[in-house]
Design a protein around this ligand. Sequence first.
Ligand code: FAD
Length: 307
Amino acid sequence: MLRASFLYLSHRRGLQRFVTRQKLTASLAYRFVAGDHLDDAVRVVTDINRRGWSASLDHLGENVTEERAARVATDDYLAAFERIAAERLNANVSVKLTQLGLDISPDLCQELLTRIVHRAQQLDNFVRIDMEGSAYTQRTVDLVLALHERYPNCGLVLQSYLYRTVDDVARVNAAKVRVRLVKGAYDEPPDVAFPKKAEVDARFEAEMQQLLSDGAYPAIATHDDRLIEATKQFAQGHAIPSDRFEFQMLYGIRRDLQERLLREGYRVRIYVPYGTEWYPYLMRRLAERPANLWFIVRSVLRERRAA
Ligand SMILES: Cc1cc2nc3c(=O)[nH]c(=O)nc-3n(C[C@H](O)[C@H](O)[C@H](O)COP(=O)(O)OP(=O)(O)OC[C@H]3O[C@@H](n4cnc5c(N)ncnc54)[C@H](O)[C@@H]3O)c2cc1C
């Protein structure tokens, strides 16, 4: 119920304008977001790298409605790749197709994505295309598969809550496209997605095995202890070395788990969002764990009283 409410609110543009101006919600957002600017993200990633994790930078933004905004987002990503190279960061980049104008024109989106992937290839880096709501799944899979023929340095995300994902995993494995497996963060109807968490988890486990067995350097992206344990067990049981895959987690979530995996010798990449367009991202994080709201509000108020 609360999950659905937060996901509904994530699309309300009017509320976005109001909420992003409030100091309290901004403090809340910065528990999950590196800061407003690329400089903030570079500072966070430098620290993350120093501690042993790699990173994926996400310049927040989605569902842009103007071509100019899509072109600005592209330039921001190109600038991020230059900084990564200049500062020798261990980081790649994650982009959303609706941030590159998919809602405006598929041709525009393809042109901008190609520019980013092309520059990343010149810099020997990698672009991960995030997966959004199910209305975009087919177009995202098709676009990435086509682009991957020319640019093997791009990969995509598949969501275990979708019925179709088992087939998508087989298709992208055959093409040797790198996959990040996630449970899925959007509000999907029961005709496209499993409604029950237990089913989503079971599919995640099966698809994790499919990816570890036949995939190209898959990323297992979850904070779920049980599924992380299942991944470790499967890899050990099938003699899959720990440098053939990586775990991924979100900045600000389950730091204890991120540290433990690193100590155990696994590769861990932290997804680091930055930018001012944090509202839908924050709403999805609250939807995953509504208790975050009370936990964070309490700690922000405590910090204020102590200041
Ligand atoms: C690196 C990365 C990239 C992602 N990219 C995408 C993408 O492109 N498309 C997409 O649809 N989704 C994406 N997601 C989000 C994903 O789909 C899930 O919504 C999210 O990871 C929560 O699911 P979970 O696997 O952690 O399991 P859950 O069962 O939701 O959570 C397991 C445990 O993790 C902890 N936890 C989970 N979420 C939170 C939170 N928000 N705050 C605090 N604790 C939490 C809790 O302890 C919880 O008990 C991404 C996730 C990660 C880690």
